[in-house]
Design a protein around this ligand. Structure first.
Ligand code: PMT
Length: 404
């Protein structure tokens, strides 16, 4: 989502400024172009050379030097940018931004900014809790183009522990994606399943599949970015999920981690009632051991064959298809190897889905594990929409746009 975007990073003078070079590097790795403006004090914590080298651009920190250049960067930078991040935002800079004070490079640039802005505050916990700072945060968060992040709790540079830490770099990047997204799912609740399930054979081994969770997590993130409340029921995967906490907002993202299909079924049914949209992307094991051995199954010399007796697992999609209310939208996935469309349509009908998203292992770059996917959306009403090979993040955007 950040590919080709112009991001302006504003740094003020707090110790958390030492983390911002890493943020700039991540933004550039994600394909964004970055320019930097700072307060004078920020350059006590991070050098101009570091910022210039990592952003690939001159750093704007002196309003009068700019005038000598016959340029007005505090106007041209907002015009150039698609969005701005102010991180860390100190108490001083927050209060200035809230009250329209523009007396240095960063605050004059902010004053001229009409595009989305993400503010990541960082300061001592007592300063953060002060009335002045809380009022400034409240005022700023009411502005249509501003996303204010809350501070995190934890160890602070002043040696105490409390609420005043800047949220992690990945959370700031995610808040930027949220700020750049149209919030067309506000007031919608989305229930998703993602990843594989594990069915225990004995205390050491299990049955599973190759699902990495990447497709399901991309969909969950996309729904969050669009403003939805998200409940993600996830099988065992190792995907980082940096969801920022926004100022004044209750967390909109709940992740329930499960192992087996039975646990996934129970968690999904528990969250079903409040869901408006249900997206079942998990690769659920159709069978489990009829009896899980309590001790490790030993190799025997009697026979080279081992027979496992399996019992069918509950089908989450079919159960929801039966139980769902008319206004709930149910979207399933199908991963096929042959007769793909025919099998997908059978599943669409049998499980009473509104849409099925078909991905085929015949298509290079699609399906399990990879960062890309190529899918075909088929609806109960007979609509068909092909989504070409692209990143799972972009496929998730296209799927959500198609089903809304
Ligand atoms: O996780 P990744 O590595 O990114 O890969 C993504 C994916 C390939 C796993 C994903 O895109 C996908 O296709 N998921 C569904 C895979 C699958 O096994 O589908 P299925 O044909 O077995 O099931 C059809 C539908 O019923 C699916 O929505 C599935 O979640 C659901 N189902 C199946 C069995 C079951 N017991 N309960 C279910 O809810």
């Amino acid at each position: 989502m950040l590919e080709g975007k112009h991001i302006l990073v504003g740094i003020s003078g707090g110790i958390a400024a030492y983390k911002i070079p890493e943020l700039i590097r991540r933004l550039r790795q994600a394909g964004a172009e970055v320019k930097v403006t700072t307060t004078k004090n920020a350059l006590q914590f991070v050098t101009e050379l570091t910022l210039q080298t990592l952003s690939g651009n001159k750093v704007y920190h002196d309003v009068f030097a700019a005038i000598n250049d016959h340029s007005t960067e505090h106007i041209s930078l907002p015009d150039w940018s698609d969005a701005m991040i102010v991180a860390p935002a100190t108490a001083n800079v927050l209060d200035k931004m809230a009250h329209g004070i523009a007396d240095d490079a960063l605050t004059t640039t902010f004053a001229a900014m009409r595009k989305p802005v993400v503010i990541a505050p960082a300061m001592n916990d007592k300063m953060y809790a002060s009335e002045a700072v809380q009022e400034s945060l409240t005022q700023l968060s009411k502005r249509h183009n501003i996303t204010v992040m809350d501070c995190a709790e934890g160890y602070l540079a002043c040696g105490t522990t409390g609420k005043g830490r800047m949220q992690e770099i990945d959370c700031i990047a995610e808040a930027l994606c949220y700020a750049l997204t149209n919030h067309d799912m506000t007031n919608k609740h989305v229930l998703l399943t993602a990843g594989p399930t594990r069915e225990a054979i004995d205390p050491v081994r299990y049955l599973t599949n190759h699902s990495s969770g990447k497709m399901g997590y991309s969909l969950a993130r996309e729904c969050w970015r669009r403003g939805a409340m998200v409940t993600l029921v996830s099988g065992p995967v190792s995907i980082p999920l940096p969801i920022p906490v926004l100022f004044g907002e209750k967390t909109r993202f709940t992740r329930m981690t499960v192992e087996s299909a039975q646990q996934m079924y129970e968690a999904a049914m528990q969250a079903l009632d409040e869901a408006h949209v249900i997206i079942l992307c998990a690769a659920v094991a159709d069978y489990r051991m009829t009896e899980v051995s309590t001790t490790k199954i030993k190799k025997t010399s009697d026979s080279p064959l081992l027979t496992l007796t399996l019992t069918e697992n509950p089908d989450i999609a079919a159960a929801i298809g039966e139980a769902k209310r008319p206004k709930q939208q149910l979207i399933g996935f199908a991963l096929e190897t042959d007769h793909a469309e025919e099998h997908a349509i059978q599943k669409l009908k049998a499980k009473k889905l509104d849409w099925i998203v078909l991905n085929s292992l015949q298509d290079p770059g699609a399906g399990f594990g990879v960062d890309t996917n190529k899918v075909c959306l088929l609806s109960r009403k007979g609509t068909k929409k092909d989504i070409p090979l692209m990143s799972k993040e972009n496929v998730a955007q296209a799927i959500i746009s198609a089903i809304l």
